[in-house]
Design a protein around this ligand. Structure first.
Ligand SMILES: Nc1ncnc2c1ncn2[C@@H]1O[C@H](COP(=O)(O)OP(=O)(O)OP(=O)(O)O)[C@@H](O)[C@H]1O
Length: 409
C-alpha cells in the first residue's frame, strides 16, 4: 500500500540532508547569474531484479548560464511568504503528473500555515484519486490530514454542459439564464438577451468549459466564501484547454467591446425611432452592465498576468514529445504574458547501478530529453525542478507530503 510504505520511510529519509548547491550564491557571481539547482532523488527497488530496496540518490546539476527577463527563482520560502493571496496554476501534457504535483503543493502550503484551496479545472478530474478521498460534487470539500485547512474543488464542466443542454431543452432556452447565473455568468446571458442573441446559448457555445472555470475565478475574487484562502492551487486540464482558459478573458473583452459598439448603434437608432413615436426608454442600462462585465474580465486577465500573485508552473516528463509540448506551452504563456518561473521534470530515473539494460536505455533517453531543455530557448531560463519516478503510486496525504518535500524546496 502506497501511503503506509512512504509514511514509514519518511522519518528515516532526510530529504533535505542531500547536498544542494547554488553556484550563483556560492560564487557570488551576481553579475553573471550561473544558476545550478541540484535535486536529490530517492528511489526504492525499481523492480525486483534491478535496484535493491536500499536508497539510491541521484544528483543532477544543471547549469544555466543564460537568463532573460527572469530573476533567479526563489524556492519554497518565497512561495509561502506573505499572507496575501497567491495563485499557482500547474499545467502540462496529459499524464505527466500535474495533479500529483498540484496536490503535493497544496498539502505543503496547508502544512506551512496557509489555508489552501486546490481546484481542478481538468474535465477528467483526478484530485479524488490523488487524495484518495471523494472530492466530487463541484463543491468545496475539506481534505483530511494537513495542519491548516485544505479544501478541494473539482469543477465539473462535463456535468455542467449536460445540465446546460437539459435546461435549454426543457425550457426552450428560458432556463439558461438561471443556470448561467448559478455559474456567475448570468450577466452575459442578460446582455446577449438584450441583443436578441440568446438563441446562441441554446446550444453550448464553444469554450463553455473554460467559461465555467473563469466564472469560478471571478467568484474567488469576489465571494466572501473564498476569503479565507491565502493560497489557491489550480490543477489545470492538459495544454489545449489551459490555453483556451487563459486566452478567454481577452476573447471576451474583445467580444464585449464589439457588442458594446453594436449596442450603442442599436440604442441610438431605437431612441431616434422612440423619440419620433414619443416612447420612453425605461430598461436598465445594458451598456453599463456589459462594461462592468468587461471590467471583471480585465480583472481576471490581470490576475493571470500579475507576477506578484500568480505563477504558472509547467510540469513535464523527460521525453522529447513532452519537452516539445512544454516549449510550445511556454511560448503561448509568454504570448499571454502569464508569469512562468519553474519547470518540473517529473518521473526521472536514477542512474542505473545494475545490469538492467532497459533502465540504462531509458535513462539515456531521459538525459537526451533533459539536454533538449538546456538548449530550448523557451525553457532554458526556467528554474528546473527534478522529481524522481517513485516506485509506488502517489495517493493520499502522506504520500503527497513525501512528494512535496522532494519537489517544493
Ligand atoms: N514522480 C512520480 N513517481 C511515480 N508515479 C507518479 C509520479 N508522478 C505521477 N505519478 C503517477 O502517474 C499517474 C498520473 O499522474 P497525475 O494524475 O498526477 O498526472 P496528470 O498530469 O494530472 O494526469 P492527467 O493529465 O490525466 O490529469 C498517477 O498514477 C500518479 O500517481
Amino acid at each position: 500500500m502506497a501511503a503506509p510504505f512512504i509514511a514509514s520511510h519518511m522519518s528515516s529519509f532526510a530529504v533535505n540532508s542531500f547536498p544542494r548547491t547554488n553556484s550563483m550564491a556560492m560564487m557570488g557571481f551576481l553579475s553573471y547569474p550561473l544558476k545550478t539547482r541540484t535535486a536529490p532523488f530517492s528511489l526504492w527497488k525499481l523492480n525486483r531484479r534491478g535496484f535493491s530496496s536500499s536508497f539510491l540518490s541521484l544528483s543532477i546539476s544543471r547549469k544555466q548560464p543564460r537568463k532573460s527577463f527572469q530573476e533567479a527563482t526563489a524556492g519554497f520560502d518565497e512561495m509561502i511568504s506573505g499572507t496575501q493571496r497567491k495563485y499557482y496554476m500547474l499545467g502540462g501534457k496529459g499524464g505527466v503528473g500535474k495533479t500529483s504535483c498540484a496536490a503535493s503543493l497544496a498539502v505543503k502550503f496547508a502544512n506551512n500555515g496557509h489555508p489552501t484551496l486546490v481546484v481542478s479545472t481538468d474535465p477528467a478530474h483526478s484530485l479524488s484519486d490523488s487524495f484518495a478521498q471523494d472530492l466530487t460534487g463541484g463543491t468545496l470539500i475539506p481534505v483530511a490530514g494537513p495542519d491548516s485547512p485544505l479544501f478541494a474543488l473539482e469543477i465539473n464542466p462535463e456535468k455542467a454542459r449536460e445540465e446546460f443542454r437539459n435546461v435549454s431543452k426543457k425550457n426552450g432556452g428560458t432556463g439558461v439564464k438561471d443556470f448561467m447565473d448559478g455559474m456567475g455568468l448570468g450577466m452575459i446571458v442578460e446582455q446577449l438577451g438584450e441583443l436578441k442573441l440568446g438563441e446562441l446559448l441554446d446550444t453550448p457555445p464553444p469554450g463553455l468549459d473554460e467559461a465555467i472555470a473563469i466564472s469560478k475565478v471571478i467568484q474567488f475574487l469576489e465571494s466572501p466564501e473564498y476569503n479565507m484562502f491565502t493560497r489557491i492551487v489550480f490543477d489545470t486540464a492538459p495544454t489545449g484547454h489551459t490555453l483556451r482558459l487563459l486566452s478567454l478573458p481577452d476573447f471576451l473583452d474583445a467580444s464585449i467591446g464589439k457588442i458594446l459598439k453594436l449596442k450603442e448603434k442599436i440604442s441610438s437608432a431605437t431612441s431616434a425611432i422612440k423619440s419620433v413615436f414619443g416612447q420612453e426608454e425605461n430598461k436598465p442600462d445594458a451598456a453599463e452592465k456589459l462594461e462592468k462585465l468587461r471590467e471583471r474580465m480585465v480583472k481576471v486577465r490581470e490576475l493571470f498576468r500579475d507576477t506578484d500573485s500568480t505563477e504558472f508552473v509547467i510540469v513535464t516528463i523527460p521525453t522529447v514529445m513532452a519537452v516539445s509540448e512544454s516549449s510550445r506551452l511556454r511560448a503561448s504563456l509568454e504570448k499571454e504574458r502569464v508569469p512562468v518561473k519553474r519547470l518540473i521534470v517529473n518521473q526521472l530515473l536514477p542512474p542505473s547501478t545494475s545490469d538492467c539494460k532497459f533502465c540504462a536505455m531509458k535513462r539515456k533517453d531521459q538525459m537526451r530529453a533533459l539536454s533538449m531543455i538546456e538548449s530550448d530557448p523557451e525553457l532554458s531560463n526556467l528554474t528546473l525542478v527534478q522529481a524522481p519516478l517513485l516506485d509506488v503510486e502517489i495517493r493520499g496525504v502522506p504520500a503527497l507530503q513525501f512528494l512535496g518535500d522532494i519537489v517544493w524546496k
